[in-house]
Design a protein around this ligand. Sequence first.
Ligand code: ZN
Ligand code: ZN
Length: 286
Amino acid sequence: MIDLHVHSTFSDGSLTPTEVLERAALRGVKAISITDHDTCAGCSEAARAGERLGVEVLAGVEFSVALEGVGIHLLGYGTQGWSPSIERVFARLEAARNTRLVKMVSRLNELGAPISSDQVRKEAGGDIVGRLHIARLMVKRRMVPSLQVAFSQYLGRGGLAYVDRERLTPEEAFETIREMGGVAVMAHPGVMERENPGVFERAFDRLLSLGLDGIEVYYSRHSSEQTERYARLARQKGLLITGGSDFHAPNPDGLELGHGFGGLPLGMECFWALKAAISSPKTRKG
Ligand SMILES: [Zn+2]
Ligand SMILES: [Zn+2]
């Protein structure tokens, strides 16, 4: 069993990379990739923990790009490399995240919620600051009864204090993933299709023209019909098949590392195929 889509405290997950790897080892996950939003900062810690625990680790990242008027998530794998231009991209995204935080907090202030950006940063405790940390603070201060309400009324898309995040252009995301020596995979196409019906074909064609390498066929929230369709598409287009749980935190609704909601049928062959693609540039068209 493997899991190629997992978040840690370096973005909006609740476990450190080491804790993720420990949980993975306990649950029989043989290979894993930590794919935090807009950063590879947790990858080296994950690699060290993996070595200690006997779990294969692939470096990864998840970018959100604007394409055909919607947000599409792209996974980059094999991203061990580092360069000044990659650092610039990550720094820009981090600055954008901070600007977004300040804007959302000031909207909350206008709505009468007495919180500050510094308090939110403190709540995050050195982790990358995100909406989850604002929501936690709101719950602690009893401004809202639960995280769900914080998101549905204020922080979620369409909420009263929602501010959209800055996204990379697809070209920038592909370029960055290439520069990291990685392969680009379309994340959870089923989620994107559900949220934006009618856009998938165009968006997928655009990604193909940019040199897409793979598609996340197996995903916790894909129906079996979707899984079959994306697997067929991958075979038709000669794309890599990947999959993952998108685990963020130990979760009462049952989503588990390596399992999703009860079975992600991904074996090591998928992991080795991905690794082979990373080390052989011929599969990259860009
Ligand atoms: Zn995603
Ligand atoms: Zn994700």
